[in-house]
Design a protein around this ligand. Structure first.
Ligand SMILES: Cc1cc2nc3c(=O)[nH]c(=O)nc-3n(C[C@H](O)[C@H](O)[C@H](O)COP(=O)(O)O)c2cc1C
Length: 369
């Protein structure tokens, strides 16, 4: 059904326009009481066994929407209605900015992948904070807020820009994510080096504690799949040392591996971050390495190329407490979350683990004889 809609309508449209159209339908459905009740009942049946506790929150399940879909927090209620157990908004920057010139989003349909160089198009931290303050949720969900650097701000002033966003947005965040891994803001990924990351994360932590005094806002960092293994270890060590709550692994990749031969060469030459199925193996490797290094001292969120329930399950066994997806949502449509939840529940039931929490990182505890 969705496959037909995708081929007949979305695939014929510019990908960014298709995104805006689909998102406007979701927001519209969430405003109509009969429709939203029906949609939630059909698309988001709950599985008790999948309940998780993470980042100080009780969630219906482990499966959330990754950052970038709802950059300005315009439709969190509609996205929760569709069955996402948490929704991460952003990336939001200190100041509003238009992002890169269009066209900046490309579909690689055969590969179930996307290339994007959106460049953090967003309304800025003040506007997004105002929207979140006025939010009236029918489907309460765990809200992650992902922050990044304004392009016009120099690397030397980056910390101040993240602090501006933290002060505006931390009061509305169930968890906060420092994004230093988008390939589309020049120099941003240099902030992953520990000598830059340490002062940045320390300043954001302090700003969050200064701004929100009645609870502790969990803080995570989101990293790229392109980091060298020793840099992954260094980020894990730093996160543990600074008392961070977790790491999100991973963002999109600048590599072009794992693609079929069907994609047009012109498409492969587009600059930007590759997401979807081809990034899955590397994202899993990064996650596995983080868990091997930090174990349960960090809450790991696995993202990158998750399409099926099996993908999500494998990510949990590799060390993820929560998982996220974005690209497959576009290709699989509104029944995707229901399918993944049902598949996860079946896998848990058939496994030796009583709860999802027990399954987290189980791969690392396997005894080989
Ligand atoms: C169009 C698009 C925009 C994105 N924008 C952001 C963003 O603003 N901030 C961010 O941290 N990640 C962003 N991402 C990365 C995703 O959150 C996710 O980490 C990545 O796509 C891998 O997951 P996937 O393979 O399930 O898409 C974006 C991804 C896509 C496809």
């Amino acid at each position: 059904m969705y496959g037909l809609l995708f081929r007949a309508l979305f695939a014929r449209m510019d990908p960014e326009k298709a995104h805006h159209l689909a998102f406007s339908w979701i927001r519209c459905a969430a405003r109509i009481p009969v429709l939203r009740t029906f949609a939630a009942a059909v698309l988001a049946p709950r599985h008790k066994a999948l309940r998780v506790e993470a980042l100080g929150r009780r969630m219906h399940g482990p499966f959330g929407l990754a950052a970038g879909f709802d950059k300005n927090a315009e439709g969190t209620d509609g996205l929760a209605m569709l069955g996402f157990d948490h929704v991460e908004i952003g990336t939001v920057t200190g100041q509003p900015q238009p992002g890169n010139p269009k066209k900046r989003l490309f579909r690689l349909v055969e590969d179930r992948a996307l290339i994007n160089r959106m460049g953090f198009n967003n309304e800025g931290s003040a506007a997004v904070a105002a929207r979140l303050a006025a939010r009236d949720a029918v489907f309460p969900t765990t809200l992650g807020v992902n922050i990044g650097k304004t392009k016009a701000v120099t690397e030397a002033d980056a910390v101040g820009d993240y602090v501006t966003s933290t002060e505006a947005l931390a009061p509305h965040a169930d968890y906060l994510v420092v994004n230093v891994s988008s390939p589309n803001t020049p120099g941003l990924r240099n902030l992953q080096a520990t000598e830059h990351l340490r002062p940045l994360l320390t300043a954001v932590r302090e700003a969050a504690d200064r701004t929100v005094t009645d609870r502790r806002v969990p803080l995570l960092v989101k990293i790229a799949p392109d980091l060298a293994d020793e840099d992954i270890d260094a980020v894990a060590d730093l996160a543990v040392e600074l008392g961070l709550d977790g790491i999100i692994a991973t963002n999109t990749t600048i590599a072009r591996e794992g693609l079929g031969l069907t994609a047009a060469p012109a498409l492969l030459a587009e600059t930007g971050g590759l997401s979807g199925a081809p990034v899955g193996d590397r994202s899993t490797e990064v996650l596995r390495r983080l868990y091997a290094r930090a174990g349960d001292r960090l809450t790991l969120i696995g993202v990158g190329g998750i399409t099926t329930a099996e993908d999500a399950w494998r990510r949990i066994l590799a060390g993820a407490t929560l998982v996220q997806g974005y690209t497959a949502f576009l290709y699989e449509g509104p029944f995707w979350m229901r399918t993944v939840h049902a598949g996860l529940a079946r896998r848990l039931e058939a496994s030796p683990y009583a709860t999802l929490a027990e399954a987290v990182g189980a791969d690392h505890r396997k005894v080989t004889v």
